[in-house]
Design a protein around this ligand. Structure first.
Ligand SMILES: NC(=O)c1ccc[n+]([C@@H]2O[C@H](COP(=O)([O-])OP(=O)(O)OC[C@H]3O[C@@H](n4cnc5c(N)ncnc54)[C@H](O)[C@@H]3O)[C@@H](O)[C@H]2O)c1
Length: 392
C-alpha cells in the first residue's frame, strides 16, 4: 500500500454511487479509482465512461482479486454485504460499506468476525454523524451543558429547584420524505428490509453518536415497519431522542429538520445548511456551505432562507426539461459524505480508528430490529448492554 494514496474499487454503480461515490472518489487527492463493478454491466460501463474509470466488471471477485486494490466501496442493495465483505476481508482489503451494514444481527456478527479475524478496517456510511453542521450543533449543546447561559428575561419559578427531568436533553429528528422515490429493493425483506433498517439507521446512529458516552437503554416504536414510523430512545443518563419518519411528504420542503432542547435552550439544525440557537444570549446562527450548489451564481448566499430560494429557482429550471437536468444541476447539502470518506482514508493510511466502525454498524442494525419488534409487540423494549458490546 502506498503511503499517500489508496486504490479503490466501487461495487454497485447505482443512483447513490453516481451522486456521491463517483464524484467524491474522483475528487479525492488520496484515491485512485480503478474499478466500476455492477451486476448490470451496462450500468457499470456507463458510469466508468462518465467518470473515466479504467476497469469495468459485473463480478466483484475481479475487483477483490486485483492485488492493487486497497479498499472497496459497497453501494449495492443490502443482501450482498456479508458475502462481499467476507471475501474482501480474506484478501486483506479494507471496506467502506453503505448503510445498513447488515440485514439482521446474525449477519452483522459475521461481518464483525470477518473484520476482526482479518485485521482490516471497516467504515459504515452512517454519514449524518460527520455533517459539519451536526458537529457544530453538538459543540454548542456541550458548551451549554458545561456552563449554561440564560436569557435575562427567562421566566423560571424561583421557589423551587429544577426537577431532574428539566435537566435532560431531548433530540427531535423530523423526517418528511417522498417514498415514491425509493428503490423497490428497499421494500423487499430479502434485499432491503424496509425503511427502519434501510434509512432510519441513519438517525438511530446519529442519536447514539450525539449522546455518547451515554448508551441507549430503552426503545419504543410505533407506526409501520416498512414505511412511516416513530421511534423514541432513552439514554443511560436520561436524555432522549425521538425520530418521526413520514413518507407521504414532498421534496418541495427539506427532508430533515432537527430540534434539540437542553438547559433552557433550543438548538435547531435546518437541513444541514444553518443552525439557529434560541434561549442563549448573544449566540448567533451558524451557516454551512452546501456540498454542491449549482445556483451559487444566481444567488451567492448561504443559510436556510437562501437555500429555499435557490431550491425553488433550480426546480423552475428543471421543469420542462429532460431527467438528465437533475444530474447537470447538482444541488446537495453537506450531510457528511465527503468528511466520512476522508476520515476513513486517514484511518487506513495512519492506522487510526474508523470513523464509523463495525460495532456502530452492528448497533444501528440491532436498534432497527428492536424498533421493528417494538412495533410488532406494541411494547417498550430494553436495549441489552451485552448486545451493545459484542465480544467476537
Ligand atoms: N448514505 C446515504 O445517505 C445513502 C443515500 C442513498 C442510498 N444509500 C445506500 O446506497 C446503496 C445503493 O442504493 P441506490 O439507491 O444507489 O440503489 P440502486 O438500485 O440505484 O443501486 C444499486 C446497484 O447495485 C447493483 N448491484 C446489486 N447487487 C450487486 C452485486 N452483487 N454486485 C455488483 N453490483 C450489484 C445493482 O445492479 C444497482 O446498480 C443502498 O445501500 C442504500 O441504502 C445511502
Amino acid at each position: 500500500m502506498n503511503e499517500q494514496t489508496l486504490t479503490i474499487g466501487l461495487i454497485g454503480c447505482g443512483a447513490f454511487a453516481e451522486s456521491q461515490d463517483l464524484p467524491n472518489f474522483t475528487k479525492h487527492p488520496q484515491l485512485n479509482l480503478k474499478w466500476c463493478c455492477d451486476s448490470n454491466i451496462k450500468r457499470a460501463k456507463e458510469m466508468a465512461q462518465k467518470f473515466s474509470v479504467p476497469n469495468v466488471t459485473d463480478n466483484f471477485h475481479d475487483v477483490i482479486n486485483d492485488p492493487e486494490v486497497d479498499l472497496i466501496k459497497i453501494s449495492t442493495s443490502h443482501e450482498v454485504h456479508l458475502q462481499i465483505i467476507s471475501a474482501a476481508a480474506e484478501k486483506g482489503i479494507h471496506v467502506f460499506c453503505e448503510k445498513p451494514m447488515a440485514l439482521d444481527e446474525t449477519e452483522a456478527y459475521h461481518i464483525i468476525e470477518a473484520v476482526h479475524k482479518n485485521g482490516i478496517k471497516l467504515c459504515v456510511d452512517l454519514n449524518r454523524r460527520m455533517a459539519p453542521s451536526m458537529h457544530a450543533l453538538k459543540k454548542q449543546w456541550q458548551k451549554q451543558l458545561a456552563s449554561p447561559k440564560y436569557q435575562p428575561w427567562r421566566y423560571i419559578e424561583m421557589d423551587r429547584a429544577l426537577l431532574p427531568e428539566e435537566e435532560k436533553s431531548h433530540l427531535l429528528m423530523n423526517i418528511q420524505d417522498e417514498s415514491s422515490s425509493y428503490r423497490i429493493f428497499h421494500f423487499n425483506p430479502l434485499k432491503g428490509g424496509g425503511e427502519i433498517l434501510g434509512e432510519t439507521v441513519h438517525w438511530l446512529d446519529l442519536a447514539c453518536w450525539f449522546f455518547a458516552p451515554q448508551f441507549p437503554v430503552e426503545i419504543t416504536a410505533w407506526g409501520d415497519c416498512r414505511l412511516s414510523h416513530g421511534i423514541n430512545i432513552k439514554f443511560s443518563a436520561g436524555d432522549t431522542a425521538t425520530i418521526n419518519f413520514h413518507c407521504s411528504g414532498t421534496f418541495e420542503y427539506p427532508k430533515e429538520m432537527y430540534n434539540l432542547t437542553a438547559r433552557g435552550a433550543l438548538f435547531k439544525n435546518l437541513f444541514f445548511v444553518e443552525n439557529r440557537y434560541y434561549g442563549i444570549p448573544d449566540l448567533d446562527r451558524e451557516i454551512f456551505p452546501m456540498q454542491y450548489d449549482c445556483m451559487r451564481d444566481a444567488l451567492p448566499k448561504d443559510g436556510f432562507d437562501a437555500y429555499m430560494k435557490k431550491y425553488n429557482l433550480r426546480n423552475q429550471q428543471i421543469i420542462g426539461n429532460s431527467k438528465d437536468v437533475h444530474n447537470s444541476l447538482p444541488f446537495t447539502v453537506d450531510k457528511g459524505h465527503y468528511a466520512m470518506l476522508s476520515a476513513f482514508i486517514d484511518a487506513i493510511i495512519n492506522d487510526k480508528p474508523s470513523p464509523c466502525d463495525e460495532i456502530a454498524g452492528f448497533i444501528s442494525t440491532y436498534l432497527a430490529q428492536l424498533a421493528i419488534k417494538s412495533i410488532e409487540l406494541r411494547q417498550t423494549l430494553p436495549i441489552l448492554i451485552d448486545k451493545l458490546t459484542p465480544i467476537i
